[in-house]
Write a protein that binds this ligand. Structure first.
Ligand SMILES: *Cc1c(COP(=O)(O)O)cnc(C)c1O
Length: 396
């Protein structure tokens, strides 16, 4: 598979690398040494593409959003990752990594999850492949994401509560890393976004790159050109955006838009706007931008959307932002909700709260009438219904 040009020795410019405890060195080195050869093999590609087609339901459609286009006086296309099995793009990555784990001879899968979406996607592929699955999840998150906990258990996974610190995602990550250290040979750590030590960010980006691979021929069919003028995606860790951008990263004719969650606003402490407020440091084994205090301790992020309240951002996106290769938008809870209600009424598509942050960029940037704009609709909104209903009550 083609690598991102900027990627070299585990780094995108000054971002990335593998800053890990010595005890993990052998695991990460094993992965680094083998992953590209395995992924590039015909055998792997055949199995990966077959599962994406027959199990996930790919290719996902590229839908021309007629009423939204009329409203904003431009040409808007929606890449429908919401139509994937399990309701979001995350399954593209878990399918890829589970196949890799099998080729590496691993028997035991561990993962961390915040809102439970990645936990569900991991438990799903473990059920499919008959592999043992342990998902670390903060105690606080277990309480507030009960339906996903039930899903994981029904899929056969063991959900292990992380009881230290703030009992949320970063603590679950710490516990998962501890588990990996204790099981160095038989265990595969399945990371859910373009984050973590190299080679995870680039590897996950490659698995998600199926999104822009399809976009190219789908756009060509619809517009005569495989190149849009704009691509918009939301960024938590950044995997759906990395997938939507991947095959256009070296194309100067496309403007890439990153929509991050600013929660209650970037001037409050209730925010997850890492691109604007983050500073250079190390999180989850990689050098990137993160929300930290003067002592380098992680500041708990906040967003209405559980998938976007990650305190860091993948090193690829830190690189794109730092080098002004992407346009950054900070979207508040309120702006995302407004966009969600608008697209649901106009297009009959109920988006995930995460994806609504990407949709809200339509109110932030004026697109020209002859331009084509692709919005990556990363997931469906059924999981967010309680939040939407709560909001409707307040509007009524
Ligand atoms: C998890 C999730 C995200 C955020 O993760 P990325 O790695 O930034 O893509 C976005 N949208 C949906 C629907 C998700 O479930």
């Amino acid at each position: 598979m083609k690598k991102i040009t900027a990627y070299e020795n585990g780094f995108y410019g000054k971002f990335g690398g593998a800053y890990i405890p010595e005890l993990l060195y052998a695991n990460v080195a094993e992965l680094e040494k083998n992953y590209q050869t395995i992924i590039d093999s015909d055998d792997f590609q055949k199995e990966f593409k077959e599962l994406l087609k027959d199990y996930v339901g790919r290719p996902t459609p590229l839908t021309y959003a007629k009423r939204l286009s009329a409203q904003y006086n431009t040409n808007i296309y929606l890449k429908r990752e919401d139509l994937n099995h399990t309701g979001a793009h995350k399954i593209n990555n878990t399918i890829g990594q589970i196949l890799l784990a099998k080729k590496l001879g691993k028997k035991r899968i561990i993962a961390e999850t915040g809102a439970g979406q990645h936990g569900v996607a991991t438990a799903t592929v473990c059920a499919l492949m008959d592999l043992e699955c342990f998902v670390y999840m903060g105690e606080v998150d277990i309480a507030r994401q009960a339906p996903n906990v039930s899903r994981m258990k029904m899929l056969g996974a063991t959900v292990i509560p992380a009881t230290s610190g703030s009992k949320t995602l970063k603590d679950a990550t710490n516990e998962a890393i501890r588990d990996w250290i204790n099981h160095p040979t038989d265990t595969y750590y399945l990371i859910g976004s373009v984050v973590g030590p190299a080679p995870y960010p680039e590897m996950v980006a490659q698995f998600q790159s199926i999104i822009s691979e399809e976009m190219k021929w789908q756009l060509k069919e619809k517009t005569g050109s495989e190149t849009p003028d704009h691509i918009i995606a939301c960024v938590g860790g950044g995997s759906n955006a990395a997938g939507a951008f991947y095959h256009y990263l070296d194309n100067n004719n496309v403007t890439l838009h990153i929509a991050e969650a600013s929660g209650m606003g970037i001037d409050t402490n209730q925010t997850a706007a890492t691109g604007v407020l983050g500073t250079f440091g190390i999180i989850h084994g990689s050098k990137t931008l993160l929300m930290q205090d003067d002592n380098g301790q992680i500041i708990e992020p906040y967003s209405i959307s559980a998938g976007l309240d990650y305190p860091g951002i993948g090193p690829l996106h830190a690189y794109l932002i730092d080098n002004k290769l992407a346009t950054l938008h900070s979207i508040t809870d309120k702006e995302a909700l407004t966009a969600a209600f608008n697209i649901t009424k106009r297009e009959g598509i109920l988006p995930a709260l995460e994806s609504s942050h990407a949709l809200a960029v339509l109110d932030k940037h004026t697109f020209k009438p002859n331009e084509s704009v692709v919005i990556n609709l990363s997931g469906r909104g059924d999981k967010d219904l309680a939040t939407y209903i709560e909001r409707m009550k307040r509007i009524d």
